[in-house]
Design a protein around this ligand. Structure first.
Ligand SMILES: Cc1ncc(C[n+]2csc(CCOP(=O)(O)OP(=O)(O)O)c2C)c(N)n1
Ligand code: SF4
Length: 350
């Protein structure tokens, strides 16, 4: 079996402003189970980067361990990549980002990788406001190790093996808002109309952007009784305002009447258009976001869309005033100024 896609591409394939086709943003052939939600998220990442005219070599994709963490092999094969150890993607992302803040950091992880072994790292990367997009492909189980319940499995949810989960679940979006994330969204792998603009907006957000994507595991958690199955999510999805992402200088084209649209300006002058399907939702209201998540949980609903946005937060590299030039571009004598300077610094601490 081959995992490499043929290089041949039809010369008439549409190209973005940089002259790249969608194929230039793809990766190897997926080895995940047919129908796995994670493959749809990979496809949404490919589409978002294509539409944003991102230069593939400007992206660093990072992951932990799990079926979800294997997905960087299936998108952006011309980008930088690092598959870390289980739950440790945030610290690798932090180190890489501080050495070269000029790349676009895209971390993907699973609910096991993030909410169990990596929970501490997840919390700290949020409170440090690292400039990155963090996507959790959330299937409520450890798919790679054959479907054990994860910490995001809902209380009372029944796995394929028949066992009922007796523990409360961790709400990753609620946690991210609580810890100060400036961009928090929730979506469903089966809803690319919502997911693609959310990924585009997250990639453009300056600071930590989190998207929790419900992504059914067809092999171990897609049965009756599971609250992370395709059927359950479709039946319980409560959608917030629809979303478009408008890059800088692009004409705003939409099929909605203007009075139904609310625009949010991002730091680089790109815009998010929110269609007021739910006119009462204010994405800048933190308390409403927390309450909304709690209320939807009590009603067994899954709230999807852009839950919270604070576009005035200061990302880590600005907070700690790291040098303007990325560290990997500084010459040796600046990076290592020598013993005399070191002695002066040490002296200043005595
Ligand atoms: C230190 C360590 N502990 C345990 C494992 C075994 N392990 C591999 S993947 C995984 C969980 C994967 O679940 P999740 O992150 O939800 O990803 P999914 O496969 O469901 O996409 C576990 C426990 C490991 N690889 N390393
Ligand atoms: S085991 Fe589940 S999560 Fe893993 S590839 Fe198969 S369907 Fe996807």
């Amino acid at each position: 079996m081959t995992y490499v896609k043929p290089k041949f591409a039809h010369p008439g394939l549409p190209k973005n402003k940089l002259g790249y086709t969608r194929k230039d943003y793809e990766g190897s052939i997926s080895t995940l189970c047919a129908g796995c939600g994670h493959d749809s998220i990979s496809a949404a990442i490919v589409e978002a980067c294509y539409q944003l005219d991102i230069e593939p070599h400007k992206v660093a994709k990072l992951s932990g361990i799990g079926c979800s963490s294997k997905t960087p092999a299936y998108f952006l094969n011309q980008s930088h990549g690092f598959n870390s150890v289980h739950g440790r993607m945030p610290s690798i992302a932090t180190g890489a980002n501080l050495a070269n803040k000029d790349l676009i950091y895209l971390g993907v992880s699973g609910d096991g990788d993030t909410a169990s072994i990596g929970l501490g790292q997840f919390c700290h990367v949020i409170r440090r406001n690292l400039n990155m997009t963090y996507i959790v492909m959330n299937n409520g189980c450890y798919g790679l190790t054959k479907g054990q319940d994860s910490a995001t499995a809902d209380l009372g949810s029944v796995a394929k093996a028949g066992n009922m989960n007796i523990y409360e679940s961790i709400d990753l979006c609620g946690l991210a808002i609580e810890l100060g994330a400036g961009f928090v969204a929730q979506s469903f792998s089966g809803d690319k109309t919502q997911l693609i603009p959310l990924i585009k907006a997250a990639l453009k957000h300056e600071g930590f952007a989190f998207i929790n994507v419900l992504s059914p595991c067809v092999t171990f958690n897609n049965n009756a009784g599971s609250t992370k199955s395709y059927d359950y999510i479709r039946e319980h999805n409560e959608t917030l305002p629809g979303i478009d992402f408008i890059p800088i200088k692009n004409e705003i084209t939409t099929e909605y009447a203007p009075d139904e649209i609310k625009q949010v300006l991002l730091h680089d002058d790109s815009k998010i258009n929110l269609h007021k399907i739910n006119a009462r939702w204010n994405e800048k209201d933190k308390l409403q976001a927390i309450n909304g998540l709690q209320e939807s949980r009590l009603k067994n609903e899954i709230l999807t869309g852009l839950l919270f946005l604070d576009d005035s937060s200061t990302p880590l590299h600005k907070m700690i005033k790291i040098s303007d030039s990325s560290l990997n571009k500084l010459p040796q004598d600046v990076l290592c100024p020598g013993n005399d300077i070191l002695a002066t610094v040490n002296e200043s601490y005595r």
